[in-house]
Write a new protein. Sequence first.
Length: 452
Amino acid sequence: MKGKFIIYQMLPRLMGDATRNGKFKDITAPVLEQIRNLNVNYIWYTGIIRHAVPGDEGVKGNAGSPFAIVDYYDVNPYLASRECNRMKEFESLVARTKAAGMEVILDFVPNHVSPSYKSAVRPFEERNFHPGHIHDYDWSDTVKLNYNDRDTWEKMRDILLFWASKGVGGFRCDMVELVPVEFWGWCIPEVKKLYPKIIFIGEAYEPDNYSALIEKGRFDYLYDKSGFYDTLKKIVRGEAPASAITGVWQKLGKYQEHMLNFLENHDEDRISSQDFAGSPFGALAALFVSLFFNTSPFMIYFGQEFGEGPEKTSIFDFCELPKVRAWMRGLKAGDPMKYLGYEEQALYVVYREFMKKATEPAIRKGDTYDLEYANPKSEYFDPDKHFVFMRKSGSSVYLCAANFSSDRVQIKVNIPRHAFEYFGIEETDALNSNTPVDVRIASDAGTLLKLM
């Protein structure tokens, strides 16, 4: 999919009411319609493929990790209203998601499985496990797979083909740097021979590996955790200047459009936590930059749009997300905002408006010109707190300004002559390189100013 698009990550097991875990059937057409209203194109359903649960070897928490797989060819029985019908219920969820105008993304966990792995469809043999049945890091609920054996390659490809045949539109591939890049370079094209529109997103953390994973591994997108996410979080926390964004962007170069931007996911702090912004409104400038600075896709973590938190959502336990549950309760009553507080409703409006603006052609597919270098520190501009850039597509030109300070500000933005030359637009009496543009920005936010 070319140009910017939006992914919504969700743990279905946390989408139930206060007395039970979520089921496939809880993700109803109205729920999907509300998600689609954020201009979401894909839903990443985390924790669908059958994983370890209490009673399995080494399991963690009262629910088990979605990344300790016990059967690649099955879905979690606890997600179905009737265990004997669970795959059909999953297929119905895929159909509902597509009917709402979105595609499904599933996790593909290639590096390891649960020690209790026992698929009846295509069992693993001893040759498929790494000698010694070791595990990486502190993932004691897993055992590592053996990619020195070609049989493992073929079995993993067939797993992907199985889920693609169920209508899945993409895979978020877990810890891709722990698997040989040669496997990806063989496997991804193999899957795309039959399913050319399917997308592959790699969870990667080492920028030195990006070129190989994209060029040789053939990934469509990689996590931009070690670039945009880390930098924006430091800026929000006052540990880096806003101008640091420029260096991150320049370093990525031609790979920028292959990066997935996000501010939350299951591994990271919630925005409202003290380790991030301390408030769900405190990262709106970071949201603005993530969405509008380039054509990279952007991911929302469920509840982010309501300010869920402040604690990180557990991937090991059944736990309650009060704001998500209040939203779902309101949906059942015919008003999704009915049981949400004023702040939650106000934040949702901001997210909805930002996501809507992300569909503008200049934002979705346009070119970027970074203006930060042309705006040194002055009484009208602070590069520690302000970040400015331009976007253009066709005849539409936008000036984009983010404000990482807690104050409403009025800044003056210099647009250098080179920007006019780069975009192929002529200077006019109203818009030229000699006269700074006045911009007013709300605190902790940003603004899009249409110039042409």
